[in-house]
Write a protein that binds this ligand. Structure first.
Ligand SMILES: [Zn+2]
Length: 688
């Protein structure tokens, strides 16, 4: 009798417990029609789900959505909508069911419309960002990462644009004024990885060694930047497949650059969306290229998309792994020296953080990104060292195969490496995953063991001032990374002759750049050779040279400026914006053109420019006190930007300007020209 009683209570616990969900969603057929005027979404989704136990209600995450109709197995059913979730009564019978939802939403986040309000043709884009922003803002779906679904998308887009979504494009069907782009996925994924992008794009197509189709999108105006932007794409893809030893898990791979994207990149399944500030020319490649982000997002297709964390405590399994494999890719492409010095830089940063008492455990779900990414990558570097190369790779392989299309914990991963290596990893777990301190001594020892140039560096640091003056430190090394490091460390203590010879003879562009960086004021005897940096093949070097020459030799400003006129520089227009600023404050430069410079610099604050360009323009304009009323209005608009760093910058600057009586008056004058939304922003900042 007693046993029976116990059983009676155990059964429902097992059914409703986390491991045995009563309802499993299997596939989702989605159709999305964006409204580019209202910036809203009209959509429908049909979910096939399986009932394996009785339950009362079924819930789907749906934030601020309106529903027109909900049907279960073809029949309209009642539902409740609390603006966070929609709920309906679960069917009584077990087995497979079909649920269809028709809805509209005006997403406050997760879907971003760009360029639809301006007069510029061809810059219109719509793109999504699900992770951290919740896909349930545009698609009734599942914020819980454990619900994996095989999604198929239909994206309705105006005829002049392309649409891209997860999976393989099956067909584009003419539907009156729109095109229906139909995509098919074969395998399931978490909702946060669902994505689409719409815009005017061309694409370049290639195939990996294993035959996976890779599509690289770009805006038609950027056709000359395709090669430097996506440089080494095939090498990256082939390297990761070979290194991970598990085939790429999806049908294809696509990458789309997006304007004003929130992050560097996002690894939506088969569809990485990345910031178009990585769309670069060949000169920019040396200072800012997409290689690391490209490899990072691709690595997520295994680590995050194929095996997905159960919850935030296991976030290391996503970011630490993607960062680590991106470093390994860089090692493959740029060599050991590059790799170990990259690791040295991050170890140094992490160590400072840790010494300040701000170290964090990798198992802390609220750790900052430096911990998840860089400490996370370091943990894998050390784990590979502890487990041994072969066992580490076997552990990775077994882990990916065993948990493919499932959800995982850190313990799941560690136990695979433990079985593969036969080693107890308790110590590793305690020190690297649960410990808050950064194990600096063991990372330093690791680097000295593996990289001769780092060993040399630590030895040189013990050298006396006389040795440094003789510049023996420079002559003796062949490592490019060590040379840069030494210039940055000892450059200021070095005789001018030594720096001059680096500028004249050094083949490595980054060594010359390091000299341009450390010199504060250019000495007369370096003037000529320093001026040659204005034509160096690096936009950062050019910018440094222009500014330092302009400051050091006032009588020759016109000459330096005329040498760099019309150079735009990096995607944030670093050189052009500096040039305009300097030209505006150099009286003898083309007085007749000043008005044009003034308008051009103010013009870069407009919303059609990338937020990085806008921010730099605001900084310079504020610095030389040259903001016109149009720029002021643009600053108010920027104070509500979807990229939070830019929004914060703009709010801070506005607040600062408001304390100035003159600006207060000008803001009042601008007020009437603002849109209703922008008036609200200003009122809010004014506490009105
Ligand atoms: Zn990542």
């Amino acid at each position: 009798m007693r046993q029976f009683y116990l059983l009676f209570f155990l059964v429902p616990i097992m059914i409703f417990g986390q491991d045995f969900p009563a309802v499993d969603f299997i596939s989702g057929d989605v159709s999305i029609t964006p409204d580019t005027i209202e910036k809203s979404i009209k959509g429908s989704v049909s979910y096939a789900f399986e009932m394996s136990a009785k339950t009362d209600s079924i819930f789907i995450d749906a934030i601020d959505m309106g529903f027109q109709k909900v049907a279960l197995n073809g029949k309209e059913v009642p539902y409740s909508n609390n603006r966070k979730q929609i709920a309906f009564q679960a069917p009584k019978s077990m087995g497979e069911h079909l649920l269809t939802l028709w809805y509209t939403s005006k997403p406050k986040q997760t879907v971003y419309f760009f360029g639809w309000d301006d007069q510029i043709k061809g810059n219109e884009q719509i793109w999504t960002q699900g992770q951290g922003k919740y896909t349930s803002h545009w698609l009734p779906s599942f914020d819980d990462m454990s619900e994996k679904i095989e999604f198929d998308f239909q994206i309705m887009a105006p005829k002049e644009y392309d649409a891209i979504a997860n999976g393989e494009l099956l067909e584009v069907v003419d539907k009156d004024s729109l095109n229906a782009w139909r995509f098919n996925m074969i395998k399931p994924m978490s909702s946060y990885l669902a994505a689409f992008a719409i815009g005017d794009f061309d694409k370049k197509t290639l195939k990996s060694a294993s035959g996976v189709p890779i599509e690289l999108y770009y805006e038609p105006k950027d056709s000359l930047k395709v090669e430097p932007t996506y440089r080494y794409m095939k090498e990256i893809f082939d390297f990761l497949e070979e290194e991970i030893e598990v085939p790429y898990p999806w049908q294809n791979y696509k990458q789309v650059p997006a304007q004003d994207f929130l992050y560097a990149g996002m690894e939506n399944t088969t569809l990485t969306i990345f910031s178009n500030t990585y769309v670069i020319d060949s000169v920019a490649f040396v200072d800012k290229n997409y290689v690391n982000v490209n490899a990072h997002e691709l690595a997520h297709q295994w680590f995050g998309n194929l095996v997905t964390e159960k919850s935030g405590e296991h976030h290391w399994l996503h970011e630490g792994f993607a960062t680590y494999y991106a470093y390994l890719t860089e090692k493959e492409l740029f060599g050991n020296d590059h790799y170990y010095w990259r690791l040295y830089d991050t170890a140094k940063t992490l160590n400072i953080l840790s010494e300040n008492g701000d170290g964090e455990a990798l198992t802390n779900p609220n750790a900052n990104s430096l911990t998840f990414y860089e400490k996370g990558a370091w943990a894998l570097v050390m784990l590979r060292e502890i487990a041994g190369e072969e066992a580490f790779k076997k552990g990775i392989r077994n882990y990916l195969e065993k948990f493919a299309f499932k959800n995982v914990t850190i313990a799941d991963f560690l136990s695979e490496v433990e079985s593969a290596s036969g080693k107890d990893l308790t110590g590793f777990r305690k020190e690297w995953l649960e410990g808050e301190e950064f194990p600096w001594q063991s990372t330093k020892a690791y680097l000295i063991r593996h990289a001769n140039s780092i060993k040399e560096y630590f030895e040189l640091k013990k050298a006396d001032g006389a040795t440094i003056k003789k510049m023996d430190w420079y002559a003796g090394t062949t490592s490019a990374a060590l040379k840069r490091q030494l210039i940055l460390t000892y450059g200021l203590k070095t005789p001018v002759k030594g720096l001059e010879s680096i500028l004249q003879k050094e083949k490595d562009l980054k060594a010359r750049q390091a000299v341009a960086q450390v010199i504060e004021s250019v000495p007369q005897e370096l003037k000529e050779v320093f001026a040659s940096l204005l034509e160096d093949e690096s936009y950062i070097t050019q910018e440094l040279a222009l500014f330092k020459l302009w400051t050091s030799f006032p009588s020759e400003r016109e000459n330096f400026l005329s040498q760099t006129n019309n150079v735009m520089g990096l995607p944030n227009k670093n050189i052009r914006l500096l040039w305009l600023t300097l030209a505006l404050v150099t009286p003898e430069i083309h007085p007749e053109k000043k008005k044009g410079y003034y308008e051009e610099l103010n013009g870069y604050t407009a919303p059609n420019h990338h937020f990085e360009v806008r921010q730099l323009a605001f900084e310079y304009l504020n610095h030389i006190n040259a903001m016109n009323n149009e720029a002021l209005a643009n600053l108010v608009e920027a104070a509500d930007h979807h990229v939070w760093q830019f929004k914060k910058f703009s709010r801070n600057l506005l607040r600062k300007l408001m304390t100035d009586e003159l600006f207060e008056k000008r803001l009042n004058a601008v007020y009437e020209t603002l849109t209703k939304e922008n008036k609200k922003i200003l009122d809010k900042l004014n506490n009105k």
